[in-house]
Design a protein around this ligand. Structure first.
Ligand code: ATP
Length: 610
């Protein structure tokens, strides 16, 4: 809960938690392009519809010119006018039909791409090493999966179609303009350098703004998520106002970020429109004189003006695309940061544990550090024979959890070896490794679903009998059947609707169902009444039967039963043996056991320190 500290009142701009490596627009585009390839046909179809709709639209300036010069000015008769007007209506209808088709195809294209990208990112996230998540906030990662992906794909979808069409349009219409009247065409396009300069300015400055905005969005979501999870703490400490202020800070950073983007756009977009309008004014000035000098008809001038408007429409669209591109670049950097991170292990190059796994575990001179130059474990050596129970005791922060977390390779060891049945853990595939290790943690995590789903997590294809047998052995069958919905009762987020003791036992049932030969057990320190205590103890004993178990033990009653007791202090094993031999040695453990008159070993450690 470090983020609840009072110091954290500043806007998070530049916070490494939320930033991503900078990448060029080209790199982002090249990466994004890959997602289009499976949908080449859909992409082609949208571009096709857009071109057809554009061709229909291109007929109306010519038709207008014909109606004015060929019919109205020459009194060509109501019949001809009727047909010409009907033709125009037809052209508009076709234009919009093709448009409708394009939008529908585009929707599929878009949703498919988002679907693919989102699945890929989620799949990747799950395979990233645990330390990746230690350094980041869930809210930030969520923002990347939910919001950033949308921003990235928009440029792909809209870019493909609008970009192609806009470029075709600009090329085609400038051809028509020059063919119709080269002089007026040159006049009409004379503001283009101004437009280009504006676009360049926008492009060069936009990335910075979008990056800031994405980071601010991330930081706000991160705080939101943290606060929702800590809602009980907020209430308990009455820190609503404090959190209001922190949230306001971050929401304000996002507000500023958004305003920054909007301000730039508010300057850029109308300026571009104004430059484009200059072209029209210039054409009227010079074209008007041409008409008055009888070098040109009124219809020709009107037709020319319509084409010119059609010309500036795609130019405006290109500006919009440029905006999207800058947004996609900033968002893409954040998405690709996830995709480019190394996954835990290259599974293909690792071997499986050979079955059946007996459960002999050896640590040899193991060293470990979370951060460089801050060793947490030093020279750890231990030998657990199949079926043995190893109790780990020691003061808080000694490295007990760290030691056991190395077995399922949640973290990679820095030095030494860890083997299971003689096979190096470092060379084993994670899937095979973890399939053989069951973990019951101190604060059991339950997913927001039913009790049944939570137990079945240990073995997804378990049949009802297995499930109930596991629940019975874990001493939870009784309380579950007493619930109105029984096994289908929902446990709430993280299992909030169950008591600690109930959660414990459900998680034991889950581990029993998984039936792994190795067990990691972090004994709960929370005090429960003696009856519950006994239920949990019994459940755990069932669980440990016949498995090699590593128990981070807090109760003398548990520790007494261990085959080996390892006493950890400052990342080193300072004493080892059974309860009896350790008492004989008369070291730290013996002192501890002597003063222990409560069930919690940690308290004794604290007393010793005093
Ligand atoms: P406790 O009984 O209180 O759970 P422990 O003996 O299990 O303590 P560990 O959780 O292994 O101790 O922690 C050992 C040390 O490693 C502590 O100093 C802790 O600050 C540090 N540490 C633990 N987890 C991480 C992490 N993910 N990143 C960096 N440092 C960590």
């Amino acid at each position: 809960m470090s983020s609840h500290s009072h110091a954290d009142h500043s806007a998070p701009a530049g916070d490494p938690t939320f930033t991503a490596r900078k990448r060029s627009t080209i790199e982002v585009l090249r990466r994004v392009w890959k997602y289009l390839l499976p949908y080449k046909l859909l992409a082609l179809a949208t571009v096709g519809c857009a071109v057809l709709s554009l061709l229909c639209a291109l007929t109306y300036p010519k038709l207008t010119e014909y109606i004015i010069d060929g019919i109205i000015q020459k009194d060509g008769g109501i019949q001809r006018l009727k047909w010409a007007v009907l033709a125009m209506a037809g052209a508009f209808l076709l234009r919009d039909l093709f448009n409708s088709l394009r939008i529908r195809i585009n929707n599929h294209f878009e949703q498919n791409v988002i679907f693919d990208m989102r699945r890929e990112v989620f799949g990747k996230l799950q395979r990233l090493p645990v330390n990746y998540f230690d350094k980041r906030s869930s809210g930030d990662l969520m923002t990347r999966v939910v919001e950033d992906i949308n921003n990235v794909e928009r440029v792909l979808i809209d870019g493909t179609e609008q970009g192609t069409v806009a470029i075709l349009c600009i090329g085609g219409i400038s051809g028509i303009l020059f063919y119709t009247n080269p002089f007026l065409a040159a006049v009409a396009l004379s503001p283009l350098p101004l437009l280009a300069a504006g676009a360049l300015w926008y492009t060069l400055t936009a990335h910075r703004r979008y990056r800031r905005q994405r980071e601010a969005a991330s930081a706000m979501n991160a705080l939101l998520m943290d606060d929702l999870q800590g809602i009980r703490q907020i209430k308990a400490y009455g820190r609503q106002d404090h959190e209001d202020a922190r949230f306001a800070d971050r929401a304000n950073a996002l507000r500023k970020g958004n305003l920054g983007i909007m301000r730039a756009w508010a300057n850029y977009n109308p300026a571009m429109n104004f430059f484009a309008a200059l072209g029209i004014v210039l054409v009227l000035w010079f074209g008007g004189q041409e008409v008055m000098a009888d070098n040109m008809t009124t219809g020709e001038l009107v037709g020319f003006l319509f084409y010119l408007m059609l010309f500036y429409e795609p130019v405006a669209r290109l500006h919009g695309l440029n905006q999207m591109l800058q947004s996609a670049r900033a968002a893409g950097e954040r998405v690709f940061d996830i995709l480019d991170h190394d996954i835990e292990r290259d599974e293909a190059r690792k071997t499986e544990l050979s079955e059946p796994v007996k459960g002999e575990v050896i640590y040899k001179d193991v060293g470990f550090e979370y951060e460089p130059a801050r060793p947490i474990l030093k020279n750890i050596s231990l030998h657990a024979k199949p079926g043995e129970m190893i109790a780990l005791v020691g003061p808080t922060g000694a490295g007990k959890s760290t030691l056991v977390n190395l077995l399922p390779a949640f973290y990679e060891i820095s030095s030494g070896h860890v083997t299971i049945d003689g096979q190096s853990v470092g060379d084993t595939s994670l899937a095979s490794l973890r399939q053989h290790i069951a973990i019951v943690s101190q604060e059991p995590f339950l997913f927001n679903g039913t009790i049944r789903e939570n137990i079945q997590y240990g073995k997804l294809d378990a049949i009802e009998d297995e499930l109930i047998a596991a629940a019975k052995a874990a001493n939870c069958h009784e309380f579950i059947t007493a619930l109105p919905e029984g096994y289908d009762a929902r446990v709430g987020e993280r299992g909030v609707k169950l008591s600690v003791g109930e959660k414990q036992r459900v998680s034991v049932a889950r581990a029993l169902l998984a039936d792994a030969p190795l067990l990691i057990l972090d004994e709960a320190t929370a005090s429960v009444d003696t009856a519950t205590e006994r239920l949990i103890q019994e459940a755990l004993e069932h669980l440990m039967e016949g498995r090699t178990s590593f128990v981070i033990a807090h109760r003398l009653s548990t520790i007494r039963k261990a085959n080996q007791i390892l006493v950890l202090k400052n990342g080193e094993i300072i004493e080892r043996g059974t309860h009896e031999t350790l008492l004989e040695q008369n070291g730290l453990y013996a002192k501890l056991a002597r003063i222990q008159n409560t069930t919690f070993i940690e308290e004794s450690f604290e007393k010793l320190e005093e």
